[in-house]
Write a new protein. Structure first.
Length: 528
């Protein structure tokens, strides 16, 4: 039995009866049904980054507007994930999963119909809210229908779907943007969503916690939503404001204070939104931390890898996406493998192993150069994919598997919240690190490449473009000068990539140590 598995509880008196055996009681059909919704959300999260430049050109949007196309979704999602899980636990996981799928699908179609960037931003927030209803209840339903001995493998397949959909986003998005239009990136959710709703209506059983009737924790909802909004807003604005600025530090501190107040309040009421007793499990607590680190590394690394492949190496979005396919394929293998290893040896093995693989991939990126061959790239993608898939399976099992069945949706929301915060931090922090390193080395790299010192100093104002991998050349530059500028700015960008890779590598090793020290081989079963 997995070290994080728990026994199925005996239903208390007065609880709803177990669903009748048959189509709606088949755990594997439940997994198939939730996979459609999960795939839709995962794919949407990464295809939008490919569509953003085309959205900007078509709707005359500023860089700030395009940031809010992403940030409005992220803020709404982060603020409502735990609420979405709690609503499913209380009133029906199947119900809120299907409401989430329907709302996400309709919001996606509305985005494609919008003729203004303001409309796109508004419906991206709506999309985020319905995504928050959908995501946590996928894990909550799996926790309710799978027996403990098979739950780990179910989570492994869940993790595989999540990882693959995220990694496939750049390829699908690139094909759609190049050959159709940016609106198709959102319209593609319509057929996926319809299939998800039809399959769900046929096979999904209803499940909820038999807690009886009591007042819903409205103050907890408000405190948590406000705290998450303020905290994530500070994270996404940190790169713009500067991480050491008073605005960033003040916003982050305010968000943390509100969340501390939320935690204190939750210990004072009988039916809390997020039961603090969940954190008595070391495996659950550490699984939450490792989930955040996992997606910090994954989404942050994918961001600068795509900049490198497209802007430095000159590949199209589709070509760049194809070259990262080893990451997707590795995660396909690693997720069920990680689940099997977790079941046999416990998360104390698989979480550190996944972190070490990701750390190895990050440290190997220190050897990348402006003209590195693909043979230097694909081993890193494979190691990163193996590590991400393994950690995803182990940490999801640690979080949801150690929570009581009645709190399955809340635990799923906690896991999804950690995932989103980690991903937001990864992208924002690593962009900031690259920008800072480019700013401090650009002039020196340009002069070393042969750019005259006065010209090199004049190009300092182009550091933002160089931070995105774009060389500040113009058509009237002499060929020799243009070549030198491309070489110097490319090397300055790689300096930033190396700094980010070093940070992610060290973070992975720290995460591995925390998992080894904190997760016990045979923790006690969760209290039901």
């Amino acid at each position: 039995m997995s070290s994080t598995a728990v026994d199925r509880p005996t239903p208390p008196a007065g609880a709803p009866p177990e669903p009748a055996r048959g189509r709606r009681a088949n755990p594997w059909l439940t997994l198939v049904a939730v996979a459609f919704g999960l795939f839709m959300v995962g794919l949407d999260g990464s295809v939008v980054s490919i569509a953003n430049p085309e959205i900007g050109r078509d709707l005359q949007a500023s860089t700030s507007d395009l940031q809010w196309v992403t940030n409005s979704y992220l803020l709404a999602l982060a603020a409502a994930l735990i609420l979405g899980g709690k609503l499913g636990d209380r009133f029906g996981r199947r119900t809120f999963y299907m409401v989430g799928v329907a709302g996400f699908t309709l919001a996606s179609v509305a985005i494609g119909l919008m003729q203004s960037v303001e409309g796109v931003i508004a419906f991206r927030a709506v999309q985020g809210f319905f995504g928050a209803l959908l995501m946590p209840n996928t894990l909550g339903m799996l926790r309710a229908v799978f027996p403990p001995k098979k739950f780990g493998m179910a989570v492994g397949i869940w993790a595989m779907v999540s990882s693959v959909s995220t990694a496939l986003g750049p390829i699908v998005g690139g094909l759609l943007v190049e050959h159709v239009n940016w609106e198709s990136v959102f319209y593609i959710n319509a057929p996926i969503g319809i299939i998800a709703l039809v399959v769900s209506a046929i096979v999904l059983p209803q499940s909820k916690s038999p807690t009886g009737h009591h007042r819903f924790d409205v103050p907890g909802v408000v405190l948590l939503a406000l705290g998450m909004l303020v905290l994530v807003f500070g994270v996404v604005k940190g790169e713009t404001w500067g991480w050491s600025s008073g605005s960033t530090l003040g916003t982050l501190a305010a968000g943390l204070v509100i969340l501390v107040a939320f935690g204190w309040y939750e210990t004072r009421i009988e039916h809390p939104l997020l039961p603090m007793r969940l954190f008595r499990s070391p495996a659950l607590t550490i699984g939450t931390i490792i989930t955040a680190i996992n997606f910090f590394v994954l989404l942050g690394s994918i961001f600068f890898v795509m900049l490198y492949l497209q802007n430095v190496r000159g590949f199209t979005p589709v070509e760049a996406g194809v070259r990262t396919l080893p990451l997707s394929l590795a995660s396909v293998v690693a997720s069920p493998l990680g689940a099997k290893l977790t079941e046999k040896f416990g998360a104390r093995l698989t979480m550190p192993l996944g972190m070490v693989l990701q750390g190895g991939a990050s440290f190997a990126m220190l050897g990348w150069g402006v003209d590195s061959s693909y043979t230097a790239l694909w081993p890193c993608f494979i190691a990163l994919g193996l590590g991400v898939g393994m950690v995803m399976a182990a940490s999801s099992d640690a979080i949801v598997g150690n929570a009581p069945v009645r709190d399955g949706g809340v635990a799923g929301g906690l896991q999804a919240t950690a995932l989103q915060i980690g991903g937001a931090l990864g992208t924002s922090v690593l962009i900031s690190l690259i920008s800072s390193r480019v700013g401090s080395t650009l002039t020196g790299e340009l002069t070393s490449a042969g750019v005259p010192a006065p010209v090199a100093h004049g190009l300092e104002s182009a550091k933002d473009a160089v931070s995105m991998g774009v060389s500040p050349v113009s058509g009237d530059m002499p060929a020799q000068l243009k070549s030198a500028v491309i070489e110097g700015s490319g090397q300055a960008f790689m300096n930033g990539v190396h700094t980010s890779a070093l940070v992610t590598g060290v973070l992975c090793l720290l995460g591995a140590v925390v998992a080894v020290v904190g997760v016990r081989r045979n923790p006690e079963a969760a209290d039901h």
